[in-house]
Design a protein around this ligand. Sequence first.
Ligand SMILES: NC(=O)c1ccc[n+]([C@@H]2O[C@H](COP(=O)([O-])OP(=O)(O)OC[C@H]3O[C@@H](n4cnc5c(N)ncnc54)[C@H](O)[C@@H]3O)[C@@H](O)[C@H]2O)c1
Length: 258
Amino acid sequence: MKLGGKIALVTGGGNGMGRAYCHRLAGEGATVVVADIDRAAAERVVGEIREAAVPLEVDITSQESVTRAVRAVLDRHPGIDILVNNAGGAAGERALLVDTDLDTWNANLLLNLTGTFLMCREVIPSMRTRGYGKIINVCSGSVFSGITAALFVAPERRNNLVPYLAAKGGILGLTRALAREVGEWGIRVNAVAPGYTLTERAKRTLAPEAPPQVLERQIFRRPGTPEDPAGAVVFLASPDSDFMTGQTICVDGGWVAH
Ligand SMILES: NC(=O)c1ccc[n+]([C@@H]2O[C@H](COP(=O)([O-])OP(=O)(O)OC[C@H]3O[C@@H](n4cnc5c(N)ncnc54)[C@H](O)[C@@H]3O)[C@@H](O)[C@H]2O)c1
């Protein structure tokens, strides 16, 4: 058990990869705060986890909600040792960039980049006080190629690729720059970049099966599962990675290796 006695907060923990992170972190002994805008989903995951877990309702895009939620955790626990900024996804109307309105652009930055900023800003002071902390941001392997699975599905199902990837690219800059700022306080900031992952949401909104063009670009020709990046998250949360900061681990079946 690598994480005994630690408190881990996972945003977007109610579904998809966030749910898998909650299960694995709890399995390693952490008390997991399953934080999600969807309280019922968070409660469902808490019910699945046999180890210690608590639900937390939070909208990471709202300063007021983030402040209230983090305070509620800190009222009950001595601190937050591990913060996984996982909540995110493509937001707004689907369109090519030339047809993208400002609201959609802003919605993608808000959910994927500003939400991570707000969570980091709220949690870091308590990590600083304790002289230790692990922040794990969630990027996307597609940032490195500019290609997502959305390119290979019917036009009406295509995500708004450019604003989403621009926001995820911002996560890389945030991760590296923040790592420099908070290193002297004992806080490590790293990222995971999952590849194409067949979550329930991806099946519903993009395509029920992996588009063959996606698998052809990978070295391992199967779609990612929500469990695939969970080992990297546990590693980045554990003391095994204490000498690492500002790094991004791609868990993508070799998508980025091309
Ligand atoms: N699925 C993929 O192929 C893929 C690939 C690379 C990166 N990612 C990234 O991985 C992360 C998880 O993706 P997923 O496919 O598992 O997502 P998902 O849609 O299955 O789950 C996302 C969770 O976040 C919650 N959420 C949404 N908005 C929120 C908000 N404002 N505040 C708090 N919670 C909120 C949802 O309720 C949901 O439970 C996202 O950041 C996504 O961009 C996904």
